[in-house]
Write a protein that binds this ligand. Structure first.
Ligand SMILES: NC(=O)c1ccc[n+]([C@@H]2O[C@H](COP(=O)([O-])OP(=O)(O)OC[C@H]3O[C@@H](n4cnc5c(N)ncnc54)[C@H](OP(=O)(O)O)[C@@H]3O)[C@@H](O)[C@H]2O)c1
Length: 214
């Protein structure tokens, strides 16, 4: 069972849809269970019946085996600090790209711990944190049937967690998962999102990444 904290946002709903289409059971989490219900209904318009449920973030964190963090960077610390018990012993996947915007231009925010993913691991010492999906556009994920023309770089210190998340990513049509090594490398993937957003602005497009030569 996959859980998505903050799964009511576009990235969380988009991934919920794609994982449900890949045959996973998904729970969408929210601060407000009724918002989760609305998001579940919208995802189920395109996903198999019964594949998506929802609830408050704490309930989702408790019920899911693998939990994705899909809240804005500014909300990550508070969200995770309140759920350390529910998330203990689980794989937690950080999608967070810490960004700020100035006149429409994105730039990466410096994180004291080194990256959003390392911050998540520091807050959750009893969980295994992986980082992935930071470069995948929600707008593309939300279009059912649109192949995702992107690599997903997966970083984790735990090889089993990295493999698990790589397999999840490759369930999404068009995605190739790339082993990004340890969690310390997640900062480079997070920061790349700022560049992609600025490229999107220049080209009026949804850019993504492909690693070649491997
Ligand atoms: N959008 C993209 O294309 C994209 C692509 C790659 C990665 N990401 C990353 O994925 C994450 C989610 O992106 P998004 O665009 O879906 O974000 P979002 O819409 O801004 O937020 C997602 C959800 O987080 C919850 N949230 C908002 N403020 C909160 C707070 N102060 N405390 C706790 N929860 C809060 C809200 O859910 P409730 O109100 O229901 O609790 C909201 O629906 C971000 O970290 C982003 O960097 C996004």
């Amino acid at each position: 069972m996959l859980g998505i904290l903050g799964g009511t946002g576009p990235e969380g709903r988009g991934l919920a849809l794609r994982f449900a289409l890949a045959g996973e059971q998904v729970l969408i989490g929210s601060r407000d269970a009724s918002r989760a219900t609305s998001a579940v209904e919208s995802v189920l318009e395109h996903a198999p019946a019964g594949s998506v449920g929802g609830g408050a973030n704490a309930e989702v964190a408790a019920r899911a085996d693998v939990v994705l963090v899909s809240v804005p960077y500014a909300a990550q610390r508070g969200t995770l600090a309140a759920l350390t018990a529910e998330l203990a012993g689980k794989t937690v996947v950080c999608l967070v790209a810490p960004l700020e915007f100035n006149r429409g231009r994105a730039s990466a925010v410096r994180v004291e711990e080194g990256s959003a993913a390392l911050q998540a691991q520091a807050i959750l010492p009893d969980s295994t944190v992986a980082a992935a999906f930071q470069n995948v556009s929600a707008e593309d994920l939300l279009v059912p049937g649109k192949p995702i023309d992107s690599d997903v770089i997966v970083c984790a210190d735990d090889a089993d967690a990295r493999r698990l998340v790589m397999d999840l990513a490759e369930g999404i049509e068009g995605v190739r998962a790339v082993n990004g090594g340890g969690l310390a490398n997640a900062r480079y993937v997070e920061d790349l999102t700022a560049l992609l957003l600025n490229i999107n602005r220049n080209y009026k497009a949804h850019s993504s990444i492909r690693i070649t030569g491997i």
